[in-house]
Write a protein that binds this ligand. Structure first.
Ligand code: MG
Length: 300
């Protein structure tokens, strides 16, 4: 492109124009390209499972793409709907895979749920994995004392049985003000042996039986997106994810452009399932970074 520009300038400018004149033009061209790529987005919101990695493997080129985009001064935050792993578990897994991340840049539906419970001064019955219970106790020690006055539902396959759900139902029935807090309401998620039920169907069971609507903390609820934006305006950010509803539609409803990636739980035709359609669709996270930021040379 620079050679073409040089030829064009040479063709249309005075023959005695100095080399420095051409260099200035080329530098100006370079700066304008840098500025235009920099203005595509100032903040990337990135889903983890299915987008940056599947299990313990990074998606193709994701480690390099993340490094590159950060080196351009673009801020990155990670948004995950996990209900099984604590923030520390997630951080350690990402570092082990090879990603350079800061724990404070990870926003989980669990951390949003803890903030919600603290803000409302609730003492919930926790239907969650032990690691999540430890995180609640670490960041909200007052939780241990007092009668249970609400229910928090995460994803805990071993505890989703009649006895546990009935205990939650009885609590909700005995206290008409007791809220249901859903860490998220995902219908299903990708596991190593296929798609598996998420916490959503169990949240719906409690909503149905109690006649109460749950407060949802994770994606696609807008709270998690707005919290992640911080100082940035929605139009300055792009959300990358493999879940067309939770990641993309959720973000777009918060005014953030969505970029669907065809990895993880993506299935053919997902991009046609929401209105408006995703702002961008790419094969994977690295391709998306390359396409959106007009970058060449990221391994794919
Ligand atoms: Mg995902």
């Amino acid at each position: 492109m620079s050679v073409k520009l040089f030829s064009a300038v040479k063709k249309y400018s005075h023959p005695r124009a100095s080399l420095s004149f051409y260099l200035c033009l080329l530098l100006g061209h370079h700066l304008s390209v840098s500025m235009s790529t920099g203005s595509v987005a100032k903040l990337l919101l990135v889903d983890l499972s299915g987008t940056l990695h599947v299990g313990n493997l990074a998606t193709r080129g994701a480690v390099e793409a993340l490094d590159w985009v950060r080196s351009r001064g673009v801020a990155v935050k990670f948004l995950t709907n996990t209900t099984k792993e604590s923030k520390r578990d997630i951080y350690e897994r990402l570092v082990k895979i090879g990603f350079k991340v800061d724990m404070s840049d990870i926003l989980t539906s669990v951390s949003v749920a803890i903030d919600e419970v603290k803000r409302r001064g609730l003492k919930p019955l926790l239907i969650t994995e032990d690691s999540v219970e430890r995180e609640f106790n670490e960041f909200y020690p007052e939780l241990k004392n007092g009668d249970r006055d609400s229910v928090v539902v995460g994803l805990v396959p071993d505890k989703f049985n009649y006895t546990v759900l009935n205990e939650a139902f009885r609590l909700l029935k005995s206290n008409q003000n007791a809220p249901i807090i859903a860490i998220h309401k995902g219908k299903y998620y990708q596991t190593e042996d296929g798609l598996s039920l998420g916490p959503g169907p169990f949240v719906v069971a409690l909503e149905f039986a109690s006649g109460r609507e749950a407060t949802i903390c994770g994606k696609p609820n807008q709270n998690i997106f707005l919290q992640a934006l911080g100082q940035y305006a929605p139009e300055e950010a792009i959300m990358f994810g493999d879940d067309v509803t939770d990641d993309i539609q959720g973000a777009q409803r918060a005014g953030i452009r969505g970029c669907l990636v065809r990895t993880g739980k993506y299935r053919p035709g997902d991009e046609n399932k929401i209105e408006p359609a995703p702002a961008f669709v790419f094969e994977n996270f690295a391709e998306a970074v390359r396409g959106i930021f007009n970058k060449t040379g990221i391994a794919s």
